[in-house]
Write a protein that binds this ligand. Structure first.
Ligand code: C2E
Ligand code: MG
Ligand code: MG
Ligand code: MG
Length: 275
């Protein structure tokens, strides 16, 4: 009887696993097809200068316009792209597309608004990444100043020296680099000081809790002071209220981003206007 129960459990597990594997395989195939069929889209969310309210840059956030399904958020497919290695091709596409959109703004005579592209740690670790960034600039001398890459703390770990060298090469081209989701990783301060970056983005979770306690506020103030002493600009992400916006301005935060200023929207709907 005992053996039978075990056998049933085994069968159950095995069929559930088969279903999971099959589901993943079909998602992988669909994502491969999505790339060929140009089903990925970039939406843009404004970052504004904290003192002037002017839009300084736009973060490109990828979505998958899955047929018969609507827009799929990146959290649901980026991990699969990373597991399958497709992230390299999709990442190259996102950089090229962002540069193309930036140059469309330039051609339209709009004020220079940088475009920030999120980069997966797998991309930064790749030996060909620097060349891919150069390629994305499409030989247009205006492009480098318009491109910013958002990386995360975990990214350079593993091979710190390679990560730092790549970032240095990228910045030499004139492309800027921001450290995303700051405060959620476990990197040391000496490591932060070594990173060749231009901006630090305070993770949304800190902005969320900032107004709830004196400690929460002190934490954000300390991060801003730390960044400034390392000569980095600071961006607050996930700003949702006027109160958060006011507090961040008082603490000398440089740029603000969040639903309070604008949600991610398609390129055609993005407005470069003072908020
Ligand atoms: P992230 O780079 O930290 O992007 C910020 C995320 O927070 C976005 O979610 C954005 O829509 C959301 N957000 C912005 N303002 C607010 C706010 O005020 N409140 C709240 N609750 N949320 C806000 P999204 O678009 O779902 O992207 C999630 C993550 O997916 C991104 O986090 C980024 O890590 C990744 N991602 C997005 N696009 C790409 C891409 O092209 N390549 C790679 N490798 N990763 C990407
Ligand atoms: Mg980002
Ligand atoms: Mg972020
Ligand atoms: Mg985030």
């Amino acid at each position: 009887k005992h053996a039978k129960a075990n056998a049933d459990r085994y069968l159950f597990h095995s069929s559930a696993m088969t279903a999971a594997v099959a589901g993943k395989l079909s998602l992988e195939n669909e994502l491969r097809r999505a790339l060929d069929n140009e089903e990925f889209v970039l939406h843009y969310q404004p970052k504004v200068n904290a003192s002037s309210g002017l839009v300084t840059s736009a973060e490109a956030l990828i979505r998958w316009d899955r047929p018969g399904n609507g827009l799929v958020p990146p959290g649901q497919f980026i991990p699969v792209l990373e597991e399958t290695g497709l992230i390299h091709e999709v990442g190259r596409w996102a950089m090229r597309k962002a540069v193309e959109d930036y140059l469309r703004w330039c051609d339209a005579g709009l004020p220079a608004v940088r475009i920030a592209v999120n980069v997966s740690s797998l991309q930064l670790r790749s030996r060909s990444f620097v060349a891919e960034v150069a390629q994305a600039l499409a030989g247009d001398p205006r492009a480098a100043a318009g491109l910013e890459l958002e990386i995360t703390e975990s990214m350079v770990m593993g091979d710190i020296n390679h990560g730092i060298a790549s970032l240095q090469a990228i910045r030499t081209m004139g492309v800027s680099v921001a450290l995303d989701d700051f405060g959620t990783g476990f990197s040391s301060l000496s490591y932060l000081a070594r990173l060749p970056i231009d901006r630090l983005k305070i993770d949304r979770s800190f902005i969320n809790e900032m107004a709830d306690s004196p400690e929460g506020l002190a934490l954000v103030r300390t991060i801003i002071t730390l960044a400034h002493s390392l000569r980095l600009k600071v961006v607050a992400e996930g700003v949702e209220t006027e109160e958060q916006s006011r507090l961040l301005r008082c603490m000398d935060c440089d740029e603000l981003q969040g639903f309070h200023f604008g949600r991610p929207v398609p390129f055609a709907a993005f407005q470069i206007r003072p908020c």
